[in-house]
Ligand binder design. Structure first.
Ligand SMILES: [Zn+2]
Length: 261
């Protein structure tokens, strides 16, 4: 209990992390966007991670549960994470920090390896490009326990859309190095008990898809379109996901064509 009734009503995922689920479910956002509220039991204020869309009923709920907001953090620029930040910043007076300086308000941008303290927790930033160039994961540590805020770099279920595969593979290899039992606080879907093991699964999946795309390319010819490849490789995937699959295939083609061809 923190003595903040609206906060104590939230779903508590770790002793210092609770979540407000935005009501924006879709094939891309799963159950909706997870807005994370972090605070130690003794803290007077909260850190809010990814306020979501400029969705006033959601943002009002976040503001009420958070009480005093010390800092708003953004994992990347996509509107389902970041669009509501200016609204929440104006309402709370809290600064906004993200990797992209254009998203920041009254605070410096995040950089790889930067550390800071807020709401009683220690934070450390990892630049984790791949889903987007500006994606970060953030370690949040309290009492020797660390959780990793992953944004869309790792989702609670399924796999994420990738803009740039080479950097994404590097990101996964980096996350595999996280200590065992580091909980992943994901941007969408459920939290996961161990970020390293999910990153290992993602990497295996990416390598498998990459091999399938290579094989499809050999079969269809070198100038095959992403769509043609999706129809072969993603035949087992629900059609509503074929458009995002096309983006992923495009990233894989860029990667394959830029590497060794
Ligand atoms: Zn995203």
């Amino acid at each position: 209990m923190t003595g903040h009734p609206a906060y104590d009503e939230l779903r508590r995922v770790t002793p210092v992390a609770s979540v407000v689920l935005e009501n924006n479910p879709s094939s891309m956002t799963l159950e909706g966007t997870n807005t994370w509220l972090l605070r130690t039991p003794a803290a007077e204020s909260c850190v809010v991670v990814d306020p979501g869309y400029e969705d006033e009923p959601h943002l009002e709920k976040v503001a009420e549960a958070a009480g005093r907001i010390e800092l708003i953090l953004l994992t990347h620029h996509h509107p389902d994470h970041a669009e509501g930040a200016p609204w929440l910043a104006a309402r709370s007076g809290a600064p906004v920090r993200a990797l992209d300086p254009a998203l920041c308000r009254n605070a410096p941008p995040l950089t790889d390896g930067s550390t800071f303290e807020a709401a009683g927790l220690g934070f450390e930033v990892l630049h984790t490009p791949g889903h987007t160039e500006d994606s970060v994961c953030v370690r949040a540590t309290y009492n020797g326990k660390t959780a990793m805020l992953t944004g869309d770099s790792v989702l609670g279920r399924g796999t994420t859309v990738i803009a740039d595969l080479g950097p994404y593979l590097t990101t996964l290899r980096r996350l595999i190095e996280e200590p065992r039992g580091t909980v992943a606080l994901t941007g969408h879907g459920p939290e996961l008990p161990d970020v390293a093991s999910i990153a290992r699964e993602y990497l295996a999946h990416r390598v498998e898809r990459l091999n399938q795309v290579s094989a499809a390319l050999a079969h269809l010819g070198g100038d095959a379109t992403p769509r043609q490849i999706v129809e072969l490789v993603y035949a087992d995937v629900d059609r509503s996901l074929w458009t995002p699959a096309e983006w992923s295939v495009k990233a894989q083609l860029d990667y394959l064509r830029g590497n060794g061809n």
